[in-house]
Design a protein around this ligand. Structure first.
Ligand SMILES: [Zn+2]
Length: 262
């Protein structure tokens, strides 16, 4: 499987209709036990958040897992992957779940990385100025801390799938299992330096954990700063066909949630 070669200088792949996609998620979610909360209601930046309690009791306390997508509007595979997970109900039964399928509605509507005011929301989590990130953080602050976090993204320059993993010292890593599962779906990025950072294993970056070392925080850093839980940021290679990237993100997300809730 080879890249399409169409992402010259920016993402030039398929577009999705984000409003229709969110309507579909809101249509199917209630019957599977999800509750929704709308942030910034009545604006063109409405963020819909879904929560579901565990449906099956395991021996231990249910783990609390969080998944988000649609932070960058030119990365349509993330929201599409979550729509498939809602449609097919691919979520673990033993976990308590929090899901935000589209954190940047205005950017997703116009297929731009930034929101419609030109701000990269995934650099606004340290001292937030945007309405979207402020509302998201206010909502997150009302939820318990999470044991595991998965953020779905795409990289238009990448030749294969890769991920960032933040892990508390001594805790089990899931990144290798995720990469091995995705290898069945699409190529894995095997460069030694990915997105300017050294890979610690094929397709895996474990970044510097000191948030103070970064002036601009992505969502994953806010999560880390709050609870030091495990987090994975998934990057699908967006120069491959959309169905391949969607399947890569579904496979990776399911593998991580399955491992964390086992
Ligand atoms: Zn992204």
């Amino acid at each position: 499987m080879n890249p399409l070669g169409q992402n010259r200088g920016a993402y030039h792949g398929e577009r999705t209709e984000i409003a229709a996609l969110l309507r579909e998620i809101r249509r199917v979610a209630p019957s599977a036990g999800w509750r929704e909360e709308v942030l910034l209601p009545g604006t063109d930046r409405e963020i819909v958040c879904f929560t579901r309690s565990h449906r099956v009791r395991s021996i231990r306390e249910p783990v609390r897992l969080y998944v988000s997508a649609g932070m960058h509007g030119d990365e349509p595979a993330g929201p599409a992957a979550l729509m498939r997970m809602f449609r097919l109900d691919l979520w673990p039964d033993t976990a308590d779940l929090w899901v935000c399928p589209c954190l940047n509605p205005s950017g997703c509507a116009q297929t731009t990385r930034e929101n419609d005011a030109g701000v990269d929301l995934n650099r606004d989590y340290r001292d937030p100025v945007t309405a979207e990130v402020r509302a998201h953080i206010e909502w997150l602050s009302r939820q318990p801390s999470f044991h595991g976090v998965v953020c779905l993204h795409e990289d238009w320059e990448s030749g294969g799938f890769y991920c960032y993993e933040l892990n508390p010292p001594g805790s089990e890593t899931v990144a290798e299992a995720v990469v091995e599962a995705v290898r069945e779906v699409c190529p894995i990025e095997n460069a030694e330096v990915i997105d300017g950072r050294p890979a610690t294993a094929p397709g895996i970056i474990r970044p510097n954990l000191d948030p103070a070392s970064r002036p601009e925080w992505p969502e994953a850093f806010w999560m880390w700063h709050r609870s030091q839980g495990r987090s994975l940021t998934l990057e699908a290679p967006s120069d491959f066909p959309l169905p391949v990237r969607v399947q890569a993100l579904v496979t990776a997300t399911c593998k991580a949630l399955e491992r964390w809730s086992a």
